[in-house]
Design a protein around this ligand. Structure first.
Ligand code: MN
Length: 202
């Protein structure tokens, strides 16, 4: 039962001009596909083979670099595609909006915190919005393909919104202008989907 590369819920060009079609296609068919294949190779014939990806990452031996990098890459990108939409942008509502306001005071303050986490991550990694049991949300950041499900990353809870700040995610369109890419991301965030992840994992 090997992991399969998830299909995108929209066309490669659907997120333009915020995320360009060429970047989306390479990111999905090369990078995410690579993590998926390498994850399958890393767990083949081991006791991880029939576990869910959440199980594998939650109980991960962090010294197992093949599963850490590729299992993280598999799950992180699967979430990333889901939290973007051509109809995205705007602000969250309902319980998620209340949790963000409780944690940060306002959506604008949250946006600043999240953008700072993404902008100050040195080198490659991710910015996250995570939810803890009970519904409290937290912004954090991890290097490489780590995420908050893994042990002792300094990020806790279940990831419900993730932003890939590896250069492969933006360099073709934005070159070194990561802050412009981070700003553009807010135009495509699918807050309805993030709210579903929030409700399912709080
Ligand atoms: Mn990526």
């Amino acid at each position: 039962m090997a992991f399969e590369l998830p299909k995108l819920p929209y066309a490669y060009e659907a997120l333009e001009p915020h995320v360009d079609a060429r970047t989306m296609e390479i990111h999905h068919t090369k990078h995410h596909n690579g993590y998926t294949n390498n994850l399958n190779a890393a767990i083949a014939g081991t006791d991880l083979e029939n576990k869910s990806i959440e199980d594998i990452l939650t109980n991960l031996d962090m010294k197992n670099m093949a599963v850490r990098n590729n299992g993280g890459g598999f799950l992180n990108h699967a979430l990333f595609w889901e939290v973007m939409s051509p109809n995205g942008g705007g602000t969250p509502s309902g319980g998620l909006a209340a949790a963000i306001n409780d944690a940060y005071g306002s959506f604008e303050a949250f946006k600043e915190k999240f953008s700072s986490a993404a902008g100050t991550r040195f080198g490659s990694g991710w910015a996250w919005l995570c939810v803890h049991g009970g519904g409290k949300v937290e912004v954090c950041s991890t290097p490489n393909q780590d995420n908050s499900l893994m042990p002792n990353t300094g990020c806790g809870g279940h990831p419900i919104l993730g932003l890939d700040v590896w250069e492969h995610a933006y360099y073709l369109n934005y070159q070194n202008r990561r802050p412009d890419y981070i700003n553009a991301f807010f135009n495509v965030i699918n807050w309805d989907r993030v709210a579903e992840f929030y409700a399912a994992n709080k």
